[in-house]
Design a protein around this ligand. Structure first.
Ligand code: 3PY
Ligand code: MG
Length: 263
């Protein structure tokens, strides 16, 4: 099952263009997705863990991503594997699942996101068929290779089990969550997603993913951090959440206006 109907999985695995940069959107407005999809992002993540998307708004958001001809990725809430199947049905090209801490967690994720023989994803991809423009049997044959299943590694338990998680058939890669990981590594003392401890962990994770032939992705707090991650060899990175990008843009515009007015 290696068909790669929309090209996303293949481009990601070939690390074309030095790795992908994805938007990360928690504000549940499909029209905001429409606008951001016009920028040079390689993909768009809709964050349903900490963002405010519900299933209907996420399906509409995915449609706006597809309208721009881009792959949509959904991050599900913790343990909400039923939603993972539904989001794939709605046309998501990839699922990011937070807090995957063991091989058992990884197997539960695969069960929901891959059709047999890898998993037990239930049939019903009506919107996905429309978005990808293919027939049902073609989707069934290709879906396990077409869609990407990504486990988040962001706890000590997950780090300890990283090889077991990566070894699960159907897990296509991992996504490092530097905020939660920094809290875990400091036993709750610090939020330090840009610290040296996270850099060391990332270098280790990159090596383990390469050893298993799997993808490595991570959340970067801003563009500079995302650039460092790409240099480290990551396959897909985030360059900050949409709210941070929006507010940074507003700050820059206000400062520019004040500067000109005062000159
Ligand atoms: C983390 O950094 O913990 C994430 O989940 C990315 O937002
Ligand atoms: Mg997290």
């Amino acid at each position: 099952m290696t068909t790669d109907i929309d090209g996303f999985a293949g481009r990601l695995k070939r690390r074309e263009n030095g790795g992908m940069i994805s938007a990360w959107i928690g504000t549940p407005d499909p029209l905001l997705v429409n606008h951001l999809s016009q920028e040079a992002f390689d993909a768009i993540v809709l964050d349903m863990q900490h963002g405010m998307w519900d299933m209907a708004s996420a399906a509409n958001g995915i449609s706006q991503v597809r309208l721009a001809g881009k792959p949509a990725i959904a991050r599900i809430p913790v343990g909400d594997f039923a939603s993972a199947s539904r989001l794939l049905d709605a046309g998501a090209s990839a699922i990011i699942a937070p807090m995957i801490n063991s091989a058992d967690d990884a197997r539960a994720l695969v069960k929901a996101t891959k059709y047999p023989p890898l998993g037990e994803r239930s049939w019903g991809p009506s919107l996905a068929l429309n978005h990808f423009g293919i027939a049902a049997d073609e989707y069934l044959q290709g879906a396990n290779g077409l869609t990407v299943t990504i486990a988040m590694v962001e706890t000590r338990a997950a780090l300890d089990a990283i090889d077991e998680i990566l070894a699960v058939d159907g897990i296509d890669g991992i996504f490092i969550g530097p905020s939660d990981l920094s809290i875990a590594l400091s036993n709750g003392a610090r939020l330090a997603p840009d610290s040296a401890a996270i850099d060391q962990t990332l270098a280790h994770a990159v090596a383990r993913c390469r050893a298993h032939g799997k993808l490595i992705c991570a959340f970067g707090t801003d563009g500079e951090r995302a650039g460092q991650f790409l240099k480290l060899g990551l396959d897909l990175v985030i360059a900050g959440a949409e709210t941070a990008q929006l507010r940074a843009g507003a700050r820059t515009a206000i400062a520019a206006a004040r500067k000109v007015a005062a000159s």
